[in-house]
Structure formats: structure tokens, C-alpha cells
Design a protein around this ligand. Sequence first.
Ligand code: HEM
Length: 422
Amino acid sequence: MVDFRETDFFSDGEIAQDLPSYLASLRSACPVMQEKFQNVFMVTGYDEAVEVYNQQGEVFSSAVAVTGPLPPLPFTPNGDVAAQLAEHRHEMPWTDHLATFDGTHHTQHRALLQALLTHKRLKANEDYVGGLVIRLVDGLIDRGGCEITKDFAHALSTLVIADLLGVPEEDRPALLEAMGPDPTQLGGDEGFKVGADPLLHLHARFLGYLTERLDNPRDDMLTDLVQAKFKDGGDPGLHVKAQLACFLFGAGQDTSARLVAFAFRTLGDMPEVQAKLRSEPHRIPEFIEEVLRTQPPVKTMSRLAIRDGVVGGVDIPAGSIVTVCSGGANRDPRRFADPDTFDYDRPGVRDHIAFSRGSHGCIGAPLARMEVRVALEQFLSRTSDIRIAEAQHGPADARRYAYEPTYMLHGLQALHVEWDKT
Ligand code: HEM
């Protein structure tokens, strides 16, 4: 049992290996409490998490959304924290990316991206996903098993977002390499070592695509982005648009791949759930929601209090960092009855906060849900049984799984499965 009083969640990578235990320990003192290592207010309550997300702007800034307390703020909070943040935010990691923006600046840029995710684009992308999944499964099915994260999920999520944006087919293998199957996000003590912009390696590539679309418009999202304007008619310029494209690309592949792996793990670890799902494949969407609730791929989201605030009756002084633990909130027994039981029939199965809430809530949720659904439909229809490989993960009563040692994303380092073909 990990004791939150003895362990620094943000720098001890081992916590990721036993997250439920840490969250259970934290819950004994939560829904909102200040841990002693980084002085972060940890939130494990569902209503309290929503309270945090709903106070965006008035009380909370997203400047630390991705990083939490590491690296430390480039200033010592004192007095007018909003003014201090305005002066120093350009020194903070991820500062040029949407997830950390606040206020009108955020609304304007988010609207630009959201306008691109039209029904027409998503529909065309779904057609592509159907064909892609068939190709990927064709290449794997006769092997009788695979390592899901590297052999399937990584390729699926990267190629899907590449197609949605309109990255040329011939460049997609290079992008698969560039993103790599390994964690690409901040996390644990690695947080200290990451530069200001972890997506910098993608910038020149997307700037090149956008520049090329200026002269040669195509029917793709990158062309829509080149032509996009703010609602007031202003044009943010190509560099800002390239940043938006990079972020969309990164956000779209990092997280969905982890969800795919957790979906397979659930099928393998719970044969009774798998059998039920096979008998009612139209329930795959609810199954995915329950995987999102029980294994949210984004395990923490943080905020900086720019003014004094209150969450769950606890005073949050300006300058404090608040970290929402989605895995905690999603298992809050006040919200989800019998929260540790996997039950896709539960009422309010979509009420989890895996995609966050409020003005920064995930704009890619429909895409993520769709790609995982199509993948599961295909795998379930072409197999009669999917099992966790005991050679790598041990027997059913003593499984061994290794998790990525980060405090932000929740992902399996590898997932070996086997199947019987139909
Ligand atoms: C299972 C898959 C996914 C999960 C669990 C997930 C989770 C999240 C979460 C928790 C946030 C909120 C951040 C906050 O409140 O500060 C977020 C934001 C975001 N997500 Fe996702 N996401 C997923 C897939 C995707 C996909 C496929 C895309 C791209 C199409 C995407 C694009 C974005 C973008 C652009 C934002 C930033 C929104 C903003 O700051 O206004 N996500 N995501």
C-alpha cells in the first residue's frame, strides 16, 4: 500500500506502478487536501474536480495544466499572482500551446481548431479509420497475438490524426518514427529535464505543410487551418497555426493509444465482460466509457490559483497549484456506486471526467471514441477469444503490468495479448 504521506506523487515514478493504492490512500484524506512534498492541493472528489474546472478564469489558470508543480513556477507567488503570471508565463513549459492558454486568448485559438473539426472531416476520417484498422488487423491476425501498444495502438492513433489533418501519405511512416511508441509527455522527475516546448520537433514539419498549402490548397484540414481566421477577422499567422497543428497532432496520438491498450487489457482480464460484449457489440461505446472511467489515460490535470478560491470547502490561496486526479474523481463512491466494479450498464456511464470539463475540455473526444470503437469492432469480429499473454504478464490471479513512470499520463508500457481467430 502506497501511503500518500510518505511518497511524492510528482517525483516518484514508482507510484505509477501502483496508482490505485496511492489514490485509495489519498482518498482517505480527500476530496481536497494539500500534500506535503510539493504543497499541491490534490482533488479526488468528483464534484470538487468539476468545481475546479468550472472556476477556470476567475480563480484558476491553465498555465500549469500539463506540468503541475514541476518544474517549479518561475516566480514566487506573492500579492497579485495574475499579474506575476502575465509577466512570467513565457518562461513556462508548453507556454505556446493551447492547453496552457487562458481567457480570450484561449477562446480565440480553441475556436479556430474547433471550427476545423467539422462533421464532414470527421466522417471522412471515420471512413479512413475503417480501412486502416482492417489493414492493421490483416497484418496481425495470423500471428495469434501481438504487443498491442507498439504493434497496433501507436500506429492506429498516429495515422488517424495524421489523416485527419491531411499529412501526406508518404510522410506518415516518418511521423510514426518521430512520435515513437514511448512516452512523449512530461512526467515524474523527467519534468525537470523537458525544454520549453516538447513538441518543437514537429514545428518545422507542420510549418512546411501549412506554407505549402498557401500556394496549393487541398481538401484537407491543414488547408482549412491556413485559411482560418479568428472570429474578429484577425489572422494569427503561420507560426501560431503550426503550433495548433502540432498540439492537435500530439494530443490526438498520445492519449488514444493508451485508451486502446486499456480496452484490450479489460477484455483480457475480464473474460466475462468480453463474452458479454461479444454478444452485444452495439454496446462497445458504453464499454469504452467504462474503460475511460476506470483507466483514464490522462491521470492528472493541474491548475494555478491566480486568486484566492475555495474548492470543496477548502481554502485555496492564490499561487497554489491544484491537481485533479481523474482516476480518483472517476471512482468517487458519492458519484459512482460500487466504483471499483467494471460495469458498462451503470447509469451515467458517460459522466466520468476522463476528457475533463469546462472551457478546456477535450475537443478530440468524439475522434478518440470513434477510433477505439472501430478498432474493437474489428478485433472482436475477427477473433473468438482475446487473452492476456501469461508469459509476459503472469497468470490471471497474479498479473504483472508496467506503467509509464509519469504523473500526467496513465499508460501501460506494453500489453501482450493472444487471440483465437474466428
Ligand atoms: C482517449 C483519448 C483522449 C483523452 C483521455 C483526452 C483527454 C484530454 C483532457 C483531459 C483534456 C483537458 C485538458 C484540461 O482540462 O486542461 C484534453 C484536451 C485536449 N484534447 Fe484530448 N484527449 C484524448 C484524445 C484527443 C484527441 C484524439 C485529440 C485530437 C483530435 C485531442 C485533442 C485535445 C485538445 C486540442 C485539447 C486542448 C483543449 C483546450 O485546452 O482547450 N484529444 N484532452
